[in-house]
Write a protein that binds this ligand. Sequence first.
Ligand code: PEP
Ligand code: MG
Length: 568
Amino acid sequence: MNRVRKGICASDGLAYGPIFKFERRELRIPKGIVKGEKAESEIVVFRESLQGTMEFLQKKIEEGSKQSDIFVAHIGMLEDPFFVETVEQKILGEGKNAAWSMEETGEELALMMEAIDDPYLRERASDYRDLKMQLLHRILNIPISDFSEMKSPAIIAARDLTPSDTALMDPQMVLGIITDLGGKTSHTSIIAQTLDIPAMVGMKDIFDELKEGQLVLVDTDQEEVILDPDPAQVQLFTQRMENWKKEKKRVEQRRFEEAITLDGKRIDVFCNIGNLEDLEVGLQLGADGVGLFRTEFLYMRGSQFPTEEEQFEVYKKAAEMLEGKALTIRTLDIGGDKELPYFQFPEEENPFLGWRALRICFDMPEVFQTQLRAILRASAFGKVLILLPMVISVQEIIRTREILEEMKDRLKEEDIPFDTSIELGIMIETPASVLMADELIRYVDYFSIGTNDLTQYLLAVDRGNQNIAHLYDSYHPAVLRSIKRVIDASHRQGKWTGMCGGFAADPKATRLLLGLGLDEFSVASANCARTKDIIRSADQKKWQPLAEEILTGESSKMIKEQLALHQD
Ligand code: PEP
Ligand code: MG
């Protein structure tokens, strides 16, 4: 008897095969007090583990691992003086042995990241736990478990997967991935997308239910896993799998072609990035530019606010890599719940409604000025745009423009080149900005809709709260009508609107958004080719009246039903 289990699609695709159960070996951490020479030798043990891990990651990068960008980030984390000093302080200062110090430091840093409400940043917690485990295996001299027992292609089932688990896996042998834990932005998802393996995550307790070698179907279209399918199901599924593979190949082959609708409208399909490695991937996967550079990652990696020079180097490199394509740099979106390791934020009752983003930038002008100067300087090396997060009023834009003008004057005095007509845009991610769109657009060059936050604030549904995840719905008429209102406001003034929230990558929404007049889509790199392909197959003029009609639906259910009738 077949059984169906529901989960979350982490990476598109279909897979059929036997289960290979992967479980990490448990480590027991011996806790001992060390002093004098013994402490010194524990420092050596720790440094050797650090060195060994970095060499291992470097080797993987040199071998051309598809996960190189993650490994580069991991090496950066291991080189971070704050990380190294914290472990060494525990050994020398507190007299704890290397394993104990490592265990504590890794966990402390992971917990700090976990306290952050941004799902993307929260994933850094798994990076710290992953690195902690790698180092502990070396400190304790216990081999890291691997996939060597996997003798034929299979679907991997695990409670969770980390980059180091998968570093040892041969992607050719992996038909699919199923995990108990994880969500759309979790590491397993990112890994599966990078390796291009169909994956279902958040399957709750499926790991315990599955047996080694059991046959399953992974259907990410339906967001389900079918256990013990019957022969008729398998036959149908195999046919679908073949069609899907052909289709995927066709879409990927056209990833560098422009996205022009059937009626001739050229649409930009950009990617969202958090660092230079992401950009490299985006360019390989066909992005026409960058619609959102989340600069907060630059601020979270180090042990102090990044200097103008440090930021300039990164922005300049990105602008150069893009060779004239757009680089949209969002100013610092941090605070409240997004913490920095080197800065004490006040306790807040409602961090999401608290001291964050622009509000912090205005209260700490030197931080804002430093970033704006770095962005302006980088604008001499490509097409750079500035994007402000969490805007609620025209005053915020006026104030930003004043600071920006001051920075421009200073650069002129210093004879430092920059793009004098650099474009300034704002994120539309608060209800206030939707209602004020007509006024706000007069002060800026463009809008970019952040549906992740906009959905959360419009519906009063926390974007990271699993208990109410079913209420978090960008198809809610309130969200869709807000999107229309904003796009219309920008067009009335001859300006444009893009979208950099996750909704821009939803293939079922692409035609609707085109019909509403969206000018630019900024999506995760892995979704660029597919988004372009749907745009090419859509007639924007036909979708204009259709979109308006669909938006009259009084519920998300009605809207989805209408949309399903019109997907061509
Ligand atoms: C958004 O809110 O939609 C967005 C793109 O920004 P972030 O996810 O970084 O909050
Ligand atoms: Mg946001």
